[in-house]
Design a protein around this ligand. Sequence first.
Ligand SMILES: Nc1ncnc2c1ncn2[C@@H]1O[C@H](COP(=O)(O)OP(=O)(O)O)[C@@H](O)[C@H]1O
Ligand SMILES: [Mg+2]
Length: 311
Amino acid sequence: MMNDSKIGIFEEVREFPDPSAARRFASLVGLDGMKDRLLKEARLLLDPDSLLAWSTKHHHQRIRLVEFFRDRPPLFIFAGDVGTGKTALAETFGDAVAREGDLRVTLYSLSLNARGTGAVGEMTSLLSAAFTEVKHAAKKSAGQSGKHHSGVILLIDEADALAQSRELAQMHHEDRAGVNALIRGVDDLATSNLPAIVVMCTNRLDSLDPAVRRRAAVTFTFNRPNDEQRHALLQPVLEEVGFNAQQIRTVVAATGPAPGRAYGYTYSDLAQRLLPGLLLQAYPAHAVSFKMAQEVINSHPPTPPFMERTA
Ligand SMILES: Nc1ncnc2c1ncn2[C@@H]1O[C@H](COP(=O)(O)OP(=O)(O)O)[C@@H](O)[C@H]1O
Ligand SMILES: [Mg+2]
């Protein structure tokens, strides 16, 4: 439930570096390209000194290109199907940025879904309060000896609960107020040049307000794992319990798209349902076997894709 105290604004406030976040970040497979891009972008926003140092080193001055880069709103959108790692990456990349840049990074997380989609006006004031708090924290970071040694990340998870398209016919007046609060907050951070990043996660990019989408410096698209990515996740786990290469390939294939089913397993289907299900099948009396894996696959079908709203 929401209350007026500062604690009530965020689900969680987390400080990086933090070893458990590092482990979780490292355990996310198949996202290497996205991780690299995200870390680079985030580092430059949270540690602008490193950008100036680069400019001076390679061009002997502060080049104009730097301004174009920095004028972008510090907004990243993570979009994609449920269970594809958006929240897991958003909650942990701050740790990697902190380690690379030798910074202290604080993550403020807000999940709009947890608040219920009914009370939209409540979400509007919640968002305004969150941006105020994050700006305040970022200012404190920036104030230290004129050099940024710390930065903040605001995670707005399950953002489709709020940032629905203004074009939707059934949109209430209050929904627009929420979107406007979001846009104001992002623009305010952009112009104040503070070491802050906003990450918005959504299952339905289409439903995000165009004005919000346009502001994103980068939109990262998350997908269900392909054969290679499922293999990367499953191989070390299954090999350890005695599966041979052929059996692992069979499990990888069986968790992909199949005749009559255009979609395969999500990362969370594999990591949070299938593999734990396999352990439960064996525990306590047996060792894990290939036959059990086949039974568990049959009894744990993949989550159907998130349905786009039907007009
Ligand atoms: N790329 C990945 N590699 C390994 N496990 C993953 C990956 N993505 C997601 N998972 C697992 O699935 C869980 C749910 O993912 P989550 O980030 O909540 O999905 P989303 O926010 O996209 O719905 C994670 O906590 C993690 O256990
Ligand atoms: Mg999520």
